[in-house]
Write a protein that binds this ligand. Structure first.
Ligand SMILES: O=C(O)[C@H](O)[C@@H](O)[C@H](O)[C@H](O)COP(=O)(O)O
Length: 257
């Protein structure tokens, strides 16, 4: 597993723009190397702002959108089209504006599918299993990039501190009683997150500075789930200055003046 690299940008706006540029470049690199790429999207403010910046970037046309698999790290268990769904946010910010192959967009299902949240988690696990290839060494694809937002409590995806889901070996779990509303969610688990080639934890805001410090420390994932978010080849903590304000300066690279 990789040791995190910390990169700090001036503010949330610059962070979203810089991460957008990074997503475009990484996707183009993966597509030139192997023909296609796989990206895991996150909900939340910075995650969605990043998608909007991708849509706004002229360089977005360098991406072969039809040869891209898009997955989600977590989803709020709400009906299709609900404005609170991470999928709805991603579609409005980016997917409605680019030529994605609908068969390669993999949303987690909501209650309108007729499934319970447990069935939805199992259906997603099955979809991941079908997409996994032998070289992925596991029940899910080894994604090129997994983007994750983080909460002030250190949660990533819908893995909250102290929750049994943090011990779960299954690739996808149903979450009840999320402290961040809405309470019912579907989430990838740490084994799938950690099997990604690259994990990018994207965080803005002073309220998250303490959790960022802990996520980069020796804390266990049970206390600070983001401390368990590491990629096989690369882990990036992409932060704005406020979110980076409590980490030792020796850890961070300031890259926006
Ligand atoms: O469904 C969700 O809410 C998320 O995927 C969650 O993990 C989110 O990324 C963080 O809570 C950060 O969200 P904010 O950037 O809005 O604080």
């Amino acid at each position: 597993m990789s040791v995190p690299t910390v990169i700090v940008h001036r503010d949330a706006d610059m962070l979203a723009k810089a991460v957008a540029a990074r997503v475009i470049t990484r996707t183009v690199d993966a597509q030139s190397a192997k023909g296609s790429a796989s990206l895991v999207l996150t909900g939340g403010t910075v995650g969605t702002a990043t998608l909007a910046e991708i849509a706004a970037s002229p360089a977005r046309d360098a991406v072969d959108w039809r040869n891209l698999d898009l997955w989600w790290g977590d989803e709020r268990f709400l009906p299709d089209g609900d404005p609170e769904r991470n999928e709805t946010g991603a579609r409005r910010a980016l997917l409605d504006h680019v030529d994605v192959d609908p068969a390669r967009v993999h949303p987690m299902r909501g209650p309108d599918s007729g499934m319970t949240v447990e069935e939805s988690a199992e259906a997603y696990a099955e979809e991941l299993r079908r997409a996994a290839r032998p070289e992925d060494h596991g029940p899910a694809p080894s994604f090129d990039v997994m983007m994750l937002g983080m909460g002030p409590d250190g949660h990533v995806a819908s893995l909250f501190p102290g929750m049994p889901a943090l011990y779960d070996e299954r690739p996808v779990v149903a979450v009840h009683g999320s402290p961040k509303p809405p309470p019912i969610r579907v989430s990838l688990t740490l084994p799938v997150i950690r099997n990604s080639r690259e994990v990018w934890v994207v965080v803005a805001g002073e309220d998250k500075a303490g959790a960022v410090r802990l996520a980069l420390s020796e804390s266990g994932p049970m206390q600070v789930p983001a401390a368990g978010a590491r990629g096989r080849q690369r882990t990036l903590f992409l932060l704005d200055r406020a979110a980076a304000s409590k980490i030792p300066s020796s850890l961070s690279r300031i890259s926006s003046p």
